[in-house]
Write a protein that binds this ligand. Structure first.
Ligand code: C2O
Ligand code: CU
Ligand code: CU
Length: 488
């Protein structure tokens, strides 16, 4: 499909969805198949008093100290956090915190992470975007039972990028991630280190996730089999676990590694006010590493699990300026994400080079096999509810939907029906043909609006074995929108 046709489909789809909602301030719960604020899902309203936006300082998740060279230990446990000022929220956290601690690895240096499960339920840990042998990828049924531990080994022979780790237990990924089981895992390498990009405390990970809170401060996760079958949309936007936080910045460039870790919400991020000169965001990296060259954006559309590595230049603003990161797909509270306040001048020797890395586009002529996967509602049922499926099939660990050969490139056509579906493929990095503004570079997740489709070229160049691909709307994933491929 050519670019203009793909764009047209996108526009038509979002137009249809937005029209009936205009002016009604967002739907409340109900209507299992509703698209709210252009994300698939139903809005769950908090009964807790939510804080004034931009009053809580932005937390930065701590970098995890190794227990030995490249060896890390994480205990998954229940703990109490103060997310809403004055209230206590029970979270399930890696080392008891949400987001979990950030793990920092170097390319080609094997990282070992020992997870101990002190939670009341079995868990699975997946390193999202990792080039990981199948036995360490966190297959949805490779459970760590309560009271036991598991050692994951990550070779990390992959370019510098922003990965994240999160729970992946079959049927329970949505509630587990919602309770807090998500953290960053960064990969650095010499090539990236040599670039004059913002570094140190001007290299900031931002994990965006929406949640809803009950009056006592607890997170509400509903029974998704009825009203929330299309997804759970919270009304409180958290960044690094804090509601609509504020960050003081100097009038310099900052690098933000933006991750959408929400269960069901998509965002279109913009700066308000726009910088008086220059672009709002200069994208330098995508899901799986640096772009070949920087790309300027006025806004960023980010679906669940996607990462945008961007530079924002606050020197374009006057000192004292408050700059709000807004969400143009949101309404009311969800129209805001966080705020930056430009506090003072500071020296800045960073810049954005015109060339970032050697990016070789794959050519469709390299593809040896073509496959089509349709992500839609129906074809299988559970408790008389029609499930989310891939090619009409509910997930089963035993059914293999594709058997690509190691060392080959394949072309997959991914089609989204009924509502938006962000499609994530484990292990195999891919490039989107006709990527539009937001899907360039090496990707592991592609954002598809309802009725949209994308053709991707996947490179199977790392390991043999069985892996999953699925919708990263976590409610869809839990309701079976997942399938296996086996690399042979
Ligand atoms: Cu981020 Cu299979 O998941
Ligand atoms: Cu993954
Ligand atoms: Cu989906």
């Amino acid at each position: 499909m050519n670019l203009s046709r793909r764009r047209l489909l996108r526009t038509a789809a979002s137009g249809l969805i937005l029209a009936p909602l205009a002016g009604c301030g967002g739907s409340t719960r109900g209507g299992g198949n509703v698209e709210t604020e252009s994300s698939a899902g139903s809005l769950l309203r908090s009964t807790a008093r939510l804080p004034e936006p931009f009053t809580v300082p932005l937390p930065i998740p701590p970098v995890l100290r190794p227990a030995g060279t490249d060896v890390y230990e994480i205990t998954q446990r229940v703990s109490q956090a103060e997310i809403l000022p004055g209230l206590r929220t029970q979270v399930w956290g890696y080392n008891g915190i949400f987001p979990g601690p950030t793990i920092v690895s170097r390319r080609d240096r094997k990282t070992v992470v020992r997870h101990r499960n002190e939670l009341p339920e079995p868990v699975v840990v997946h390193l999202h975007g990792g080039r990981t042998p199948a036995e360490h990828d966190g297959y949805p049924t490779d459970l760590i039972p309560p009271g036991s531990a598991h050692e994951y080994v990550y070779p990390l022979d992959q370019p510098a990028t922003t990965l994240w780790y999160h729970d992946h237990r079959m049927d329970y990924t949505g509630p587990h991630v919602y309770k807090g089981l998500a953290g960053f895992h960064l990969v650095h390498d010499d090539e990236e280190d040599a670039l004059p990009l913002p570094k140190g405390d001007r290299d900031v990970p931002l994990m965006i996730a929406d949640r809803s809170f009950a009056e006592d401060g607890s997170m509400i996760y509903p029974d998704v089999h009825s009203d929330f079958i299309s997804g759970v949309l919270g009304d409180c936007v958290l960044v690094n676990g804090a509601p609509w936080p504020v960050m003081e910045v100097t009038a310099t460039r900052y690098r933000f590694r933006i991750l959408n870790a929400s269960n069901a919400r998509r965002y279109r991020l913009a700066l308000d006010p726009l910088p008086p000169s220059g672009p709002s965001f200069v994208q330098i990296g995508s899901d799986l590493g640096l772009l070949g060259a920087p790309a300027a954006h006025a806004e960023l559309q980010i679906a669940q699990a996607e990462r945008f590595d961007v530079v924002v230049d606050f020197s374009a603003y006057p000192i004292g300026q408050a700059v709000t990161l807004t969400n143009r797909l949101g309404q009311g509270g969800t129209a805001n994400v966080m705020r930056f306040v430009v506090a003072r001048k500071a020296p800045d020797d960073s810049r954005i080079p015109a060339k970032l890395t050697d990016f070789r586009p794959l050519s469709p002529s390299e593809a040896v096999v073509e496959r089509t996967f349709t992500f839609q509602r129906g074809g299988a049922e559970r408790h008389a509810t029609s499930l989310w499926t891939v090619n009409g099939r509910a997930f089963s660990p035993d059914h293999i939907a594709a058997t690509p050969r190691l060392g080959t490139v394949e072309r997959w056509k991914l089609r989204a029906q009924n509502v938006a579906h962000p499609i994530h493929i484990h292990l195999a990095p891919f490039q989107v043909l006709d990527p539009g503004p937001y899907a360039t570079g090496w990707k592991d997740t592609v954002d598809l609006a309802s009725g949209d489709q994308a053709e991707v070229l996947l490179r199977f160049d790392s390991y043999r074995g069985k892996y999953v691909f699925h919708c990263h709307n976590l409610e869809h994933e839990d309701m079976m929108m997942m399938a296996n491929f086996r690399i042979i």
